[in-house]
Write a protein of this length. Sequence first.
Length: 226
Amino acid sequence: MTASPPVAPLDRPIRLVVLISGGGTTLVNLVDCIDQDVLDAEIPLVIASRPDCGGIAKAQTAGLPCEVITRKSHGTLEAFSAAIFARCRAVQADLVVLGGFLALLRIPADFQLRVMNIHPSLLPAFCGQGMHGRHVHEAVLARGCKLSGCTVHFLDDNYDHGPIILQRPVPVLDGDTAGSLAARVFAGECRAYPEAIRLYAEGLLRVTGEWVTILPEPESRNIPLA
């Protein structure tokens, strides 16, 4: 199987377009990581799939341009996806990152392996249409799982599917509620997502089919993964 070569390491901040549908907590985490020099990135555009999502206000508070592109206003999935990726091209995005973005996308050829998603479970468990946010954690608890966690992956044309980059497990504790488990998983997300973006920006990801190889860190850096 042919391996996709890693992107060339960037000698500048990586340009991210962040797609949101909800409260924008992932967006806030990325903004905080950039502000704290944890992540060498800039966000030229945030795209919301709903005009009433709370993340729009968070983007505005952070001084980020935010646009609303809804599926309803574009009719077909293909037209909706085309409108989103046209804006990503216009701002010269290096990488598109989903932060609680609930709409399905059709990814064009020039953005293959350039769209990342984070999901609040250890894929392929507890995923697919309708499995987001609290629903995931409730399902984990109902099944009696002893481990949950988060997964960062390259997105393909299906919900919560595509080559897995990083996974961060967290324990499911006696007495956990969906809220307490969600908080523990989100703490893992806050570390895993910026780390996956950094690895991409530094050219340290090679994809072979569904398998992502994380290449060795350059000796000059040699920072262990979180």
